[in-house]
Write a protein that binds this ligand. Structure first.
Ligand code: F0G
Length: 352
């Protein structure tokens, strides 16, 4: 909203920053909590979408990155490194540019959405493709940053990332005036579910909310280690953002689930794509495929009765649909162009 100072300034009393620090911000946060009338009708619940695709680089990663890069530069770091399925790299690249430091990103070869790659390139990051998946990239990034401490690791294993991302819970409560009954979100490396749970718990501990949501963590069926209870060595899903087999914040995610009375569940690519189309085609909100996993999880959980009619539910939709035009246009029928002719337009519309 107008005059929004970015999330560090907005929640400064809850953020681990020092008074004399230079804050690196692109005015991230304050994303809309959009009512979802169609999903509410289908479920009999009061459903909202936390539209994180409206952050500066189009995903929730900006919340964590303003903190991680601020923390890095105020500790004298001159470079940041991350492993990424695409969004973290786009965000790290933008915030590093803003801070005037170097950024390198390790991405799984051929497995990131086009828009995300374009962002990292345009922000001037050193883009390094790795013959391996995200888990391999993260292991590599951890080794490099432990051998070269002057390079800061900005994946969500960096505690500053979690501090930034917890503000999404604050914003939801600040708008609803309470915590939702259920909070659904896609889970990959499990940083975000860790962060949301931390945010809700902080508000609860301070008496700002008197109840906590049940956390519903949704993974893609082909990349569902937390649901299976064991790492997946070759994760596969169309939702490339969450194509992760060995989540770094495993224990924290299990804690969020258990302590909140929540659950993990898997959604098949088919169900993810159905939800992806529903949210864009019926609610008017274009999100990327991984983001729609939260909605697919809500629909399945409501059908099973785990989510009850009348409950207030927030689904975090984590990234902007524009990041992945290839998936959006998959299977689009090829249509011949028409002449510059009003009759032809009317015919194309089925009006005769
Ligand atoms: N949704 C989107 C759009 C993501 O990009 C990610 C993670 C998640 C959900 C899952 O969040 O990892 O905190 O559980 N993307 C990371 C990346 C891995 O590299 O951009 P998580």
């Amino acid at each position: 909203h107008r005059g929004w100072p970015g999330l560090i300034e907005a929640y400064r009393d809850r953020m681990p920053v020092q008074d004399d620090w230079k804050i690196v911000t692109l005015l991230e946060g304050a994303t809309p909590l959009v009512a979802a009338p169609v999903l509410s009708e289908i479920t009999g619940c009061e459903v909202y979408l936390k539209v994180e695709g409206l952050n500066p680089t189009g995903s929730f990663k900006d919340r964590g990155m303003t903190m991680a890069v601020t923390n890095a530069v105020n500790h004298g770091k001159k470079a940041v490194l991350c492993a990424s399925t695409g969004n973290t790299s786009a965000s790290a690249a933008a915030y590093a540019t803003r801070a005037g430091i170097t950024c390198a990103v390790l991405i799984p070869e051929g497995k990131i959405a086009m828009g995300k790659l374009a962002q990292a390139v345009m922000h001037g990051a050193k883009v390094i493709q790795v013959k391996g998946n995200f888990d391999d990239c993260l292991e590599l990034a951890r080794k490099v940053t432990s051998d070269y401490p002057e390079i800061e690791l900005v994946n969500s294993v960096n505690p500053a990332r979690i501090e930034g991302q917890k503000t999404a819970s604050f914003e939801i409560v600040d708008v609803l005036g309470k915590a939702p009954d259920v909070h659904a979100l896609p889970v990959g490396n499990a940083g975000n579910i860790t962060a949301y749970w931390k945010g809700y718990r902080e508000y609860h501990a301070d008496g700002i909310i008197d109840s906590l949501p049940r956390m519903l963590g949704v993974q893609a069926a082909g990349a569902a280690p937390l649901v299976n209870g064991a790492p997946v060595s070759e994760p596969e899903t169309i939702a490339t953002a969450i194509r992760i087999g060995s989540p770094a914040s495993w224990n924290q995610a299990v804690d969020a689930k258990d302590a909140s009375g929540g659950m993990f569940r898997a959604a098949t690519d088919e169900k993810i794509l159905e939800a992806y189309k529903l949210v864009a085609g019926q609610e008017g909100v274009f999100v990327e495929p991984a983001s729609a996993a939260s909605v697919a999880g809500l629909l399945a959980s409501r059908e099973e009765g785990w989510v009850k009619a009348g409950e207030t539910v927030v689904c975090t939709v984590t990234g902007n649909g524009l990041k992945d035009p290839d998936t959006a246009l998959l299977g689009m029928p090829k249509v011949d162009a028409i002449g510059v002719d009003p009759v032809a337009v009317a015919q194309a519309l089925g009006v005769n």
